[in-house]
Structures are given as C-alpha cells and as structure tokens.
Design a protein. Structure first.
Length: 151
C-alpha cells in the first residue's frame, strides 16, 4: 500500500468517525508525541477480495469503543456494554473499509468484504500483531486508535 493509500485510509476513517460516531479524530503527527497503544486492546480486522485483495484493521481501547457505541447507537447506556461496543467498532470498520475501497477502486469493480473479527490482546500482543504493517496512529477524542493494513 502506498503512502497515498494510507493517507486516504486515514482521511476516510476520520470522516466515518465524525459522521457516524460523532467523534473527532486527529491525523498522525498533529498532536504531541507518539501515542501508546492501550491495554487491553481490541484488534478488529476486515478482509476483502476481488479486483483488490487485502484487509484493514484497527487497534482500539474498550473505553474508546464504548464511547463510539454510545454515540453510534445514540444510547448513553451502551457505555457499559462491551458486546455493543464490539459490534459498533466492527460496523464502523466495515463502513471505513467500504468507503475506502470505493474511493481507491475508481473503476467500480465489485469487492467482497468478510465479516469483521475482533480479538482481545495485551499491549505486547497488539504490538506484535501490527509490527511491520503499514499503519497510522490517530488521536480520537484523546484516545489512541491505530489503523493498519494487511496485504
């Protein structure tokens, strides 16, 4: 994935978070020093096949996911529910992936998406999982959110 594509992924993620979860995200390098991944972390991934194959993912804290779910579902009660928070992060990633592919796949070819998957990971496991993958760290409402690409 080129630098342009990771930048496009960042732009799409910020737009989706703003539009669907009413959360503000800052692009990499705009706030202070390097962000640290949360522990525990949720690693959420989605794959796609077709004219282009690969996958994208996020590493997010359960707290940020709960906040996103409360906004996404417009229900403050969801801040305590991990199941709904996990569903919200999966759905938001699905929207990010679809919008990203639409933007980079200008010829309108059909791409098939898998169902997003989620795994709970320690800081060490999350760091190992994303090591060597193209990635960008965002600050979303003061929380780190790591976007990455699987090729």
């Amino acid at each position: 994935m080129s630098a342009d594509n990771i930048n496009t992924l960042v732009e799409v993620a910020i737009e989706v978070l703003e539009r669907y979860a009413f959360m503000l995200g800052d692009p990499p390098g705009t706030k202070g020093g390097p962000a640290v991944l949360p522990e525990p972390s949720w690693i959420v991934t989605i794959s796609f096949t077709g004219a282009r194959a690969g996958g994208i993912g996020v590493v997010v804290s359960p707290g940020l996911a709960r906040q996103a779910a409360a906004n996404f579902y417009e229900d403050p009660q969801t801040e305590d529910g991990d199941e709904q928070a996990q569903d919200a992060v999966k759905e938001l990633l699905n929207i990010v992936c679809g919008n990203y592919l639409h933007r980079v796949e200008r010829n309108g070819r059909i791409v098939n998406l898998t169902t997003p998957s989620l795994q709970v990971a320690t800081l060490e496991a999350a760091t190992r999982y994303v090591n060597g993958k193209p990635q960008a760290m965002l600050a979303v409402e003061g929380h780190p959110l790591l976007l990455f690409v699987e090729t």
